[in-house]
Ligand binder design. Structure first.
Ligand code: XMP
Length: 518
């Protein structure tokens, strides 16, 4: 394992993913974990990432990490921090460096730059610079604004670059990372998603034994892939529960049934149709937080009822053993962000409406805990799940309920479902759907505008297209969809969805906008 030690940077997860892309397993630890904890995990190499801002001092790196006889790659603010810990001269930059910088004199004899051009663009974001390298280091790149832009001490096994090699804005960054892994640290590229599948199947079999397990399918990628993995491991000892709350997208329930229904011969699937209950509980409610609360509570109650029914049914079945396990699609970013991983920082508490109560008396099975989203998709594909599920965009637990500005009704949901299906169809047809993180369609149910159709006046609702690109939903940019595709979407929606006579495009970033409108 290569451990990325994170001193509050924005780059740690991305670096960890890039290392895995090079087929070396990697995890993120927060600096709040002690050096002893980190070293006890026996890392094969360390990557040090740190934030560097003008308002704060340079991060303090525990020298124990640097003296453990383990290869170290220090990047960005982590380079300044490691350099300082080893005795280099470091000062605040005259103006903080942010954006792309062109380096002209990269030493291609250096370990990290072997096989690379001597001139490269690199992505920088730091407020401190190294002016003189620590004793024992060779300076391997420099720049007018960064006297020491890269340095290495092969004897001490410490290597550093003052930029972030994990982003696409550093075009040779992945090569820097690979040179560190395969030359400096002499590691082998032997990790893969296939390996994870085999390991997890063995682990799930051991954990569940001959007992039974439940999984709640939300319609999302993570729960579907977790379910497929457990199904592969224990077959019909798994029962999948799918609650249709009536706020799903068009055909969603059908696709779930197709992927997990009787025809797959695996898990048992229980479809709970709770549309009427949800819609009557939501009648007349337009406040977004109140909608979330109602949907969340009702979801828990519905799931608990389904669970009680399943447990009761198994009590009459002499062959069935207890339902003791609950499968959840927790993924690695959730683990890091909720502070569950060893010493990792708490970024946000997960407000997973549509999630499950904490007091369920189950042992959790979480086979995706170590995987990033793209890896989860790869597992899903390997397990034979259809593209419609594996490449499904993230979808909020409260579903279309928070994409209707105004009160929710079946008729409004149907309008939105039709418009949303057209957007998904066109984006899939254009091949853009995999680049786009999410493309919510929002019905402005409380707004009406005048239009004209075949010579007659219309008075309908607008829908808003909200396509965004993002790495993790924490920040986002509006997706640059070509005008001819937008045109086709607009024409189809206004022609095919009776009641919608206007299509508008949301071009707000996050921040300041959120992805969803409610
Ligand atoms: P925002 O709108 O906050 O969304 O930029 C960030 C991500 O979270 C999803 N989202 C939710 N997911 N329950 C969920 O499970 C919710 O109440 C909820 N609200 C937003 C949103 O779709 C995006 O992926």
């Amino acid at each position: 394992t290569v451990i990325v030690v994170d001193y509050g940077s924005d780059d740690a997860q991305v670096l960890s993913r890039r290392i895995r892309e090079a087929k070396v397993y990697s995890e993120v630890y927060s600096y709040t974990a002690s050096a002893d904890t980190i070293l006890a995990a026996r890392p094969a190499a360390l990557v040090i990432a740190a934030r560097s801002s003008a308002a704060e001092d340079v991060a303090v790196v525990d020298p124990k990490l640097l003296e453990a006889d383990i290869p170290v790659l220090a990047v960005g603010g982590g380079f300044t921090a490691v350099s300082k810990a080893l005795g280099a001269s470091v000062r605040q930059a005259d103006t903080p460096l942010a954006g792309t910088v062109q380096l002209e004199n990269i030493d291609d004899n250096a370990t990290l730059f072997s096989g690379q051009p001597t001139s490269q663009d690199v992505a920088v974001n730091h407020a401190h610079v190294v002016t003189e390298a620590a004793a024992g280091f060779v300076v391997t790149a420099s720049h007018a604004d960064m006297p020491v832009a890269a340095a290495e001490d092969a004897k001490a096994q410490v290597y550093g670059v003052a930029w972030n090699p994990g982003t696409a804005d550093s075009p040779h960054g992945q090569s820097v990372i690979k040179n560190f892994l395969f030359i400096a640290a002499d590691l082998a590229p032997d990790w893969s998603v296939d390996l994870v599948i085999d390991q997890q199947i063995a682990k799930i079999r051991e954990q569940i034994g001959d007992k039974r397990a439940l999984v709640g399918l939300s319609g999302g990628v993570d729960s579907a892939v977790a379910a497929a993995l457990v199904q592969r491991a224990v077959g019909d000892q798994l029962t999948a529960v799918y609650v249709n709350h009536g706020l799903m997208r068009k055909d969603e329930s059908v696709e779930i049934e197709r992927a997990f229904g009787a025809s797959t011969g695996g898990a048992k699937l229980v479809m709970v149709d709770a549309e009427d209950e949800f819609l009557s509980a939501l009648h007349g409610v337009s406040d977004p937080e109140e909608k979330r609360k109602i949907i969340g509570e009702r979801f828990i109650r519905t799931f608990e009822q389904a669970q009680a029914d399943i447990v009761a049914a198994s009590a009459h079945d002499p062959d069935a053993t207890d339902v003791q396990f609950l499968v959840q699609g927790t993924v690695y970013p959730d683990v890091i962000e909720s502070g569950d991983a060893d010493g990792s920082k708490v970024i946000k508490s997960h407000h997973n409406v549509g999630g499950l109560p904490e007091d369920l008396e189950f042992e959790l099975v979480e086979p995706l805990r170590q995987l990033f989203k793209d890896e989860v998709r790869e597992v899903g594909t390997q397990l034979g799940l259809p593209d419609e599920i594996v490449w499904r965009q993230p979808f909020p637990g409260p579903g279309l309920g928070i994409r209707i500005v105004g009160a929710i009704s079946k008729q409004r949901l149907d309008l939105l479902r039709e418009a949303d299906a057209i957007v998904r169809e066109e984006l899939t047809a254009s091949g853009l759907d995999r680049e786009i993180w999410q493309s919510p369609v929002v019905l402005l149910a409380d707004v009406r505008s005048v239009g004209v159709n075949e010579g007659g006046r219309t008075y309908g609702h607008p829908v808003v297209l909200r396509p965004v690109v993002s790495e993790d939903a924490m920040t986002a940019r509006f997706a640059r969809i070509p005008y001819d595709i937008l045109d086709r979407i607009s024409q189809r929606i206004t022609a095919e969805v009776d009641g919608i006579n206007r299509v508008v495009l949301d071009i707000t970033g996050k921040p300041p906008g959120t992805i969803e409108w409610e």
